[in-house]
Each structure stands twice: as structure tokens, then as C-alpha cells.
Design a protein around this ligand. Structure first.
Ligand code: F6P
Length: 192
């Protein structure tokens, strides 16, 4: 059976600083993850074919850099656009836009950042990616937290209200194997 692998990019400089969005490079730990990832994947998949999908942001491309497979970049896999809040910490957002911050907490799935996107917007933008995923064989997606929450919720049929709170930790590969009903799941965390 074919599998779909999900991983967030390795830790980025912005992750270290607690800033959201942006296009920061990987931190030293993130680079360690990119170095360790090929062995984890090849141990798992053997010599079966695999294609790696990344976003257009450098933290996903860097994370994929040592993987010996065909790679494709998708603009549709870029992280949720935080609009005017891009590059801020959550504390800075709460200070600058207290009402928005409260509204997001109230309805995280539907909350749309000023000049940016909501989780609902991202679900719509991911439709073509999901269509293509359904037609493909083994795929590894090196993605972003909000994006992988949406894809994960699709394959596990999770409700919209829960989707923005799904835990997708760093430095962890999630392997989904679609079945007649639902998906089997395994997780592999690298001790980095
Ligand atoms: O902090 C990493 C990050 O991927 C941000 O770029 C993004 O805005 C955020 O996580 C999404 O998580 P949440 O919707 O919980 O703020």
C-alpha cells in the first residue's frame, strides 16, 4: 500500500524567536534535522519510489535538501498568510491587535488575519494539492504547521473546529497509510 509522509520543516530561526510566518532559514537544530531525515525515510521506504513536495519557502526547501528523491515545490503549500501580523510574536500581536487576538481565540478556524488568511481559506487553497495527493503513490510533504493540520484533518476526517489545534510537532515524521475506511498512522520522532 502507498503511504503519505508529513513532516514540518526543521526548526527555523523564526521558531527560535517565537515569530510567526516569514521566510527564515533553518536554525542549527533545524539543519541537524535535515541531515538526519534521509536515513529515517530510506529506512522506512526501502527502494520504493517517493516524491518530495515542499512549499516555496526556504525552510521547507532546506529541510528537503539532502533527500535523494524527485522534488516539487508548491506555492499552495506555503504557510497560512498572517497578513499584517507576519513576522510578529503572539505577544506583539496581542498588544497591537487585542480584538483580533481575542477573535482568533473565539473561532480559530474562521478567523482571518488582516490582509491574510484563515484556516478555512487554507483548506480551500489546498483542494488541488489534495486532489493530486489522492492520485499519487508515495509522497513526502515537508510543510508548515497550519498546512499539515489541514491535510492531516482531511485524511483522518477530523472536524473543522478541532483542526487548528492538532498537534504537529517539529522533528517528527507522520506516516499515513490510507485504508478502505480512514488511515493507519505511525509517528517517528528524531531525538534532535
Ligand atoms: O509558529 C510557526 C507557525 O507555522 C507560524 O508560521 C504560523 O502562523 C503558526 O505556526 C500557525 O499556528 P497557529 O495557527 O496555532 O498560530
Amino acid at each position: 500500500p502507498r503511504s503519505i509522509f508529513f513532516s514540518r520543516h526543521g526548526e527555523s530561526q523564526y521558531n527560535v524567536e517565537g515569530k510567526i510566518g516569514g521566510d527564515a532559514p533553518l536554525s542549527a537544530r533545524g539543519l541537524q534535522y535535515s541531515n538526519a531525515l534521509p536515513a529515517l525515510i530510506t529506512d522506512n521506504i526501502g527502494d520504493a519510489p517517493l516524491t518530495v513536495w515542499t512549499s516555496t519557502l526556504q525552510r521547507t526547501i532546506q529541510t528537503a535538501q539532502h533527500l535523494p528523491y524527485t522534488k516539487l515545490t508548491w506555492k499552495s503549500l506555503d504557510e497560512l498568510d498572517a497578513g499584517v501580523c507576519d513576522g510578529m510574536t503572539y505577544e506583539e500581536i496581542e498588544q497591537a491587535y487585542p480584538e483580533d487576538f481575542a477573535n482568533r481565540d473565539e473561532d480559530k478556524f474562521n478567523y482571518r488575519y488582516r490582509g491574510g488568511e484563515s484556516y478555512r481559506d487554507v483548506v480551500v487553497r489546498l483542494e488541488p494539492v489534495i486532489m493530486e495527493l489522492e492520485r499519487q503513490e508515495n509522497i513526502l510533504i515537508i510543510g508548515h504547521q497550519a498546512i499539515l493540520r489541514c491535510l492531516y484533518a482531511y485524511f483522518h476526517n477530523l472536524p473543522q473546529a478541532d483542526l487548528p489545534y492538532i498537534k504537529i510537532p517539529l522533528h517528527t515524521v507522520i506516516k499515513l497509510t490510507p485504508k478502505a475506511y480512514g488511515c493507519d498512522e505511525e509517528r517517528y520522532t528524531l531525538p534532535i
